[in-house]
Design a protein around this ligand. Structure first.
Ligand code: HEM
Length: 410
């Protein structure tokens, strides 16, 4: 631990942490300490898994400022020696944001693949896939693990359709996330091997005959590859963009959908109301997003110069973590924040971040969830947990808060 203290920075390094970090692995209850943090230490000292000191920001106002103020940089986290939450699980080159993709053609292809227009074209297939998965479950009868049998395979199909991959390709990438996307203090061999495997598969698909006619992003990238004269974008750039998007998208959508179903099962009155008011699905998804506890850690940024945050001095190079559930349950912005109220219109939640790095695929994210939830509510009357909620096994050491299994009855 003492290795993180050094020279000049020592003056700014908190000698101790105010709270343990990460706060909790449970995705069903807001960590109690959130309220204490907002009231007593809105900019609190924590130590990350790597032993690095960091500032944890828990009010809506300060969280929004960090995400919107360019003093707090995402790209600076890829610089050598930067303080980290956990060991990097991707090569540094694949961690840049969509806005930072250097090649204009590639950036445009990504934006187009994630646009509402492209997602709407694919969305009819989302419902068909959801129904096909639920048909099997309904035929077999309860109980069933909704994660293994529905939320994960549905997510694979949705992401694969949008990105232009076969379901088998998507499944292989999805399986790798369980192995590789861990939050641990030191890099480990499996993450690199998994990344290389996914890259090799995607590169092969991009180079395959006929790839330029493939649907979705894969086809668009293969066309860039076929048409490129200036060689300023490599096959690795293309494959890395595609695999990076699959990772960002599949992790977030699968984790959200699982927790959203759990939220509804824990609030049967709200679930019944939504079943009776299918037209309210979009607002309901927004409230479920506000209450989403899937982000297991904080959204990290590095201060690029000395500054101040809520009266606390922040030094250049300091790591700042935005506690999204802190902001999204801040009573200053959301009255009765711990109540799931599907009629609430929680416009300013930070579930998709804010500012420069605001989620690049919000339309896809919302559509993925609303189609799946509609299908589950239609097809599974009486949906409820098959085990006591305290017996849910929450995954540890992973980038999202998620349940290993979600056993249900209906
Ligand atoms: C419910 C689903 C989703 C949630 C809750 C979610 C949440 C987020 C959040 C909080 C951020 C900001 C990260 C930060 O500021 O550090 C983000 C960024 C991003 N998300 Fe999503 N996301 C979801 C779905 C997706 C999907 C489906 C994709 C792609 C297929 C995607 C791609 C991205 C990308 C590329 C960024 C980085 C944007 C940039 O820095 O330019 N997300 N997302």
């Amino acid at each position: 631990m003492s290795a993180v203290y050094s020279g000049e920075s020592e003056r700014h390094v908190p000698p101790e942490a105010d709270v343990e970090w990460p706060l909790s692995r449970r995705g069903d209850v807001v960590p109690e300490v959130c309220a204490w943090l907002r009231e007593n230490k809105p900019v609190a000292r924590v130590r990350t898994l790597t032993g690095a000191p960091a500032w944890l920001v828990s009010t809506h106002e300060l969280a929004t400022r960090v995400l919107q103020d360019e003093v707090f940089s995402m790209s600076a986290m890829a610089e050598p020696g930067a303080r980290l939450q956990y060991a990097p699980v991707f090569p540094a080159t694949s961690r840049s944001s969509v806005q930072d993709i250097g090649n204009a053609g590639l950036r445009e292809a990504v934006m187009r693949a994630l646009s509402p227009h492209a997602v709407k074209q694919a969305a009819g297939g989302f419902r068909r896939r959801a129904d096909a998965l639920l048909d099997e479950l309904v035929d077999e009868g309860p109980p069933a693990d909704l994660r293994a049998r529905f939320t994960d395979p549905y997510t694979v199909s949705v992401m694969s359709a949008v990105l232009g991959l076969s379901d088998d390709h998507g499944r292989l990438l999805m399986d790798g996330l369980d192995i590789a996307i861990m939050t641990v203090p030191r890099s480990f061999e499996g993450a690199q091997v998994n990344w290389d495997k996914g890259m090799a598969l995607t590169r092969d698909r991009l180079r395959a005959p006929g790839a330029a006619e493939a649907p979705g992003l894969l086809g668009a990238l293969a066309r860039i590859r076929a048409g490129k004269g200036d060689q300023d974008v490599t096959d690795d750039d293309l494959a890395s963009a595609l695999n990076g998007l699959f990772t960002a998208g599949a992790l977030s959508t699968a984790a959200f959908l699982l927790l959203a179903v759990l939220q509804l099962m824990r609030h049967p009155d709200q679930m019944e109301w939504l079943r009776a008011h299918p037209e309210a699905m979009d607002d309901a998804v927004e409230e479920l997003l506000r209450c989403n506890l899937a982000i297991g850690d904080g959204l990290p940024r590095i201060a690029t110069r000395d500054t101040e945050l809520g009266g606390t001095a922040i030094a250049e190079g300091d790591l700042v973590l935005v506690l999204v559930e802190g902001a999204n349950h801040d009573p200053a912005v959301f009255p009765r924040p711990h109540e799931l109220d599907l009629t609430r219109r929680p416009g300013s939640h930070l579930a998709f971040g804010a500012g420069r790095h605001y989620c690049a695929a919000t339309f896809l994210a919302r559509t993925h969830a609303s189609v799946a939830l509609s299908a589950v509510l239609d097809r599974m009357p009486g949906l409820r947990l098959a085990i006591p909620v305290e017996e849910i096994s929450w995954r540890s050491g992973w980038i999202k808060r998620t349940a290993e299994r979600l056993p249900v009855l209906w």
